[in-house]
Design a protein around this ligand. Structure first.
Ligand SMILES: Cc1cc2nc3c(=O)[nH]c(=O)nc-3n(C[C@H](O)[C@H](O)[C@H](O)COP(=O)(O)OP(=O)(O)OC[C@H]3O[C@@H](n4cnc5c(N)ncnc54)[C@H](O)[C@@H]3O)c2cc1C
Length: 377
């Protein structure tokens, strides 16, 4: 076992940490109040390589391994859940699908502008009536000469209304899906409702509506009707990122609670002297450390080219739930002040809750883990 990080990994982590502290933390509350992703931040994120995290150098990306990406996602999460989720959807989902399923020709066309941050990408799998049972999509991709005609509604799409490029999954027969790469402005593709959410207010979530959207056959990603295996591989990697992001949100909440507990005095003493406060802090720190070990183990397995599906599910399941507990407990340490918007904990708590839902709910992670335990397909 090796519990240390390489110098280059620490350099990336510390660079992102400094950027988050100077550029994201001071602005995050305002961005969330505006309820929009700050697109003006995109060139700065791109300059740090954050818009092409895993993209090979030949396509203009940072070519980072999964463990380094986990370190980056934790730092972004510690700054703002919305910015972190925007980056996660762009990298892990949209670009992640291209890295797994696209041909070299498609990668050459699509990856460089995404990696340069010219525009954001999104990944559209979920539909109004197909969530956890993702393969049961109602959308349809029908062959029409050299093209496909794609119709359907995609639901809950992160970056949906601001992305310049979308990977769209559409039905291709009974329990079969195909993937397509679509540029913004393609005739027949429009943005539907923009969702109002409990948290993550600066992360864009929108419906995408496709009405007889004509997509040239060379823009199909992977084999016809066989995209679901790629979807599963995309989600395996994505779950590591979501786990890391959650840890960042939990960690940021805990750091505030530790500082507050030492300052705040009641009954003539700092509240940090009370064992019940110490218990909360100690439990949160221990669970976040355990979560990080699970996340980093999954990332290390992925980097070693080993199977990591159930490791990623365990990491995402535990990290998202531990981080929610940590944020909730941290809020309690601040008493009434924790409930005010004066501190970012209330925002972190609302943001972190999504991590138990997105990219497969906790229930779905338990199913994946049990399947592995019981050897059922
Ligand atoms: C803010 C946000 C951003 C998102 N971003 C994206 C995105 O970028 N792209 C995208 O494609 N999707 C995205 N999603 C969709 C997300 O992945 C789904 O919401 C999630 O997978 C759950 O699907 P559902 O909401 O339809 O819930 P459902 O599948 O309807 O589940 C409802 C409840 O039933 C439970 N359940 C379902 N099946 C089972 C079972 N077999 N056993 C036990 N319990 C079960 C679930 O765990 C859940 O508690 C996003 C969602 C949100 C809220």
């Amino acid at each position: 076992m090796n519990f240390s990080y390489r110098d280059d990994q620490l350099l990336v982590r510390d660079t992102v940490r400094d950027f988050v502290r100077s550029r994201i933390v001071p602005e995050a509350s305002g961005w969330n109040e505006n309820g929009e992703f700050p697109l003006e931040l995109l060139p700065e994120l791109a300059a740090l390589g954050l818009t092409g995290l895993a993209v090979p150098h030949e396509y203009g990306g940072a070519e980072l391994d999964m463990l380094t990406i986990a370190l980056v996602m934790e730092e972004l999460g510690a700054g703002d859940g919305s910015v972190a989720l925007t980056i996660a959807a762009h990298n892990s989902l949209c670009i992640g699908h291209l890295l797994i399923g696209a041909s070299e020709e498609q990668k050459g066309r699509w990856l460089p502008p995404l990696a340069r941050g010219e525009y954001l990408g999104c990944w559209a799998l979920t539909e109004p009536s197909s969530g956890s049972d993702a393969i049961s999509v109602q959308s349809r991709a029908r062959r029409d000469g050299d093209d496909y005609m794609v119709s359907g509604t995609k639901q809950f799409i992160t970056n949906g209304s601001i992305a310049g490029f979308a990977v769209v999954l559409a039905g291709a027969g009974e329990r079969k899906v195909s993937a397509f790469g679509l540029r913004r402005g393609t005739a027949g593709l429009r943005v539907g409702r923009r969702e109002e959410k409990m948290g993550l207010h600066a992360s864009d979530t929108a419906q995408l509506v496709l009405e007889d959207c004509r997509v040239p056959a060379p823009d199909r990603i992977g084999r016809d009707g066989e995209a679901f295996n790629d979807v599963k591989r995309v989600l395996d990697r994505g779950r590591i990122g979501i786990g890391a992001l959650a840890i960042g949100l939990g960690r940021a909440s805990l750091e505030i609670a530790i500082g507050y507990a030492k300052e705040r005095r009641q009954f003539g003493r700092p509240i940090a002297d009370f064992e019940m406060i110490q218990w909360r802090l100690a439990r949160a720190r221990t669970e976040l450390d355990a979560a990080r070990l699970l996340v980093h183990r999954a990332a290390a397995l992925a980097d070693a080219g080993l199977r990591f599906t159930d490791a990623a599910s365990k990491a995402k399941l535990y990290a998202s739930e531990a981080a929610t507990r940590a944020a909730d407990s941290s809020l309690q340490v601040l008493g009434g002040y924790g409930y005010l918007q004066d501190f970012p904990i209330e925002r972190h708590l609302r943001d972190v809750r999504l991590m138990e839902i997105g990219e497969g709910t906790s229930e779905i992670q338990r199913i994946v883990i049990a399947r592995e335990l019981l050897h059922v397909d």
